[in-house]
Design a protein. Sequence first.
Length: 755
Amino acid sequence: MAKLGAILDQIDAGTMLLPEFQRGYVWNRDQVRGLMRSLYRGYPVGALLVWETDAAGQAVRGGPAGITGTRSLLLDGQQRVTTLYGVIRGRPPAFFEGDPEAFRGLRFNVETEAFEFYGPVKMKEDPRWIDVTGLFVEGPAPVYARLSNHPETAERFPEYVDRIQRLRNILERDFHIETISGPDKTVDVVVDIFNRVNSGGTKLSKGDLALARICAEWADARPTMRRNLDRWAARGLRFTPDWLLRNVNAVATGKAPFAALEHVSAVEFQDALYKALHNIDHLLDLIAGRLGLDHDRVLMGRAAFPVLGRLLHARGGRFADLHEADRALCWYVHAAVRGRFATSADTMLGRDLETIDREGIDGVITSLRRTRKGSLTIDAQDFEGAGRGSRSYPLLYMVTRTRGALDLVTGRPAGLDTGAVEVHEIFPKSLLVGHGYTRNEVNAVANFAFVAPSSAMALTNRAPAEYLPTIDPAIRASQWIPDDPRLWRPENYRKFLAARRKLLAAAANDFLADLMAGSVPATWRVPPLVVTDETAETDARAAQIAALVEELTGLGFARPELGQEILDPASGRVLAVAEAYWPDGLQAGQGKPVVLELDPDEADIPRLTELGVEVFTSVDALRGYVHRLREVVSGDRPDTSPGIAEPEEPVEIPVPAGALDAALFTLIERCRTEVDYNPIQLTEMAHQHGALGAIRRLVMAPTPSDGFVRLWSVDRLDLTVEALVLDERFSSFFTEAEIAAARRRLEQARPVVAR
């Protein structure tokens, strides 16, 4: 056991640190309030786990250079300890990485005993709101003086003093500390322990594990990587640590799995990292200058960088000549469009790394062509994507930037005069929605053109049949707009898309053929542009989503990817084009991936749920879920932990869309593992009709399914879809007739099951 005050003193003294493999601080203000409330009320807040080891032999954060001797490295409890240090000391600890605003400005109300963050309108003139950090840093005297002398608080001053003292007494709170130590506790063992105990937080990836060993020998490994990730982020290019590590691994070992780094020394890793950084910068420059893919949204095919980086490594950091560089860029585009590394990423990447070593760029081109039955071309269907998150969007942008597209209003090269372009929808959304087209059709990439911002404004909400006849045919052709006026009418929109996709595919193939042949001039460089409306939308739905995103990010949740195409990791099939997607959870690294999908009929929700994705089908449902989640973690809703008094009314976390799907697929998995029964037909029905549709069909069928009889015979009616219908969590999903049918079938099968 150790008192909180002693733990904070250890951090000040540099005897409690973080191992370098730990990731940064991710808590938000609601979690900070919840922790302080629990400590104030004497609720349990969990034990700490530390690793006692020789700091000289490990990579650590939070201590001075050359630190030696036994130190306590915090494995589990970083978020709690960091929060308490920040609130009580008024500054982040030395090992801090994150946003310190999460714990700044906390106030305590001496009358209501509530914790909230500072709001000037509510708190500025109210003496009952005291600065928690000020109380610990400056002591209680200024607070006592203010309360005792104010007419609103003087009468209850003795009562307030007791509460203030109880708050200060959290420094005396005992924390149970579990310690692991001993020569057998290697980094690998400790990381495994970390992942096992950290079930509710950010687990370490295989890349983190590989890097942990390197950091033990070269403490600046992760900081160097972070500095360069930040450098690219300052340019608007967002890459993950694992992505950078894959590029380093390719240089150091020529392998895909991170396990290959096991035998790489720190010196070799450092050399490979610097070379990988050079390779990435060189590729980014080439891709922007030769292909026009110059910003984050259009930088497709990132998984292909390690392959090209491996080739650059073999060439000493530069391609053999411009012809080889252009052929490499051609392969890069085709690999991105084909989703080369979308499935079995390690396997495919490993093969291409071996091929690039043996046969150079010609080898990977041949390999990719072989998967396309000898044809390496862009097809019209490659432009069938919807939204800015699809693979079609960067392809359209590349064609626009490299094939001389002209502004539809000025007739000048797109972006030349202003240095900026906007997405213009040839058929405006309002027109398409009014004619009953689906969301994916409304957001079809083949309906996009790039024009100057002023031109986009001039053409906003104008029907193509109205404005296209006024535009010079050569200008229309430069933007690959079909020249048949019949296709400009909304009733022929689908035919317009089909025709334009063919024109775009032909233009893309012309450019890529020139790259492959080496006929693009050596002086060819596409000037950089700014795309000014990457997030700007005018329709009500987009405004609603934008408001939600700003609300959630303002509360400390992660910023999602918008309009993102979500692929099946097994097949590469598009499962959804999500309005908003949090791939690492609403808080980075905490919880399941979250999808906001406002058109569930156009998405494979059962498969998303099977993959562990939380799916919400309305903005209000997601906002309500987050609101209640915040209330629970902050303590504004009563705590139902063991030993704590029951709340006056139950905590109601709404069932998210997709929860029924999750329950059905859990039931299917339980059938396999618990009674050795694989309900294949039920799985197929769930994929085809969704969980709700599949269950309804089975429950209302005139005769029980074979699967029902099978489960009846082994006395496992709890594994039937009828049991799901009668589960009170899902009662609102079904009609009275369906509930009655489920109850009747269970009662007939097993009379003792009376519900």
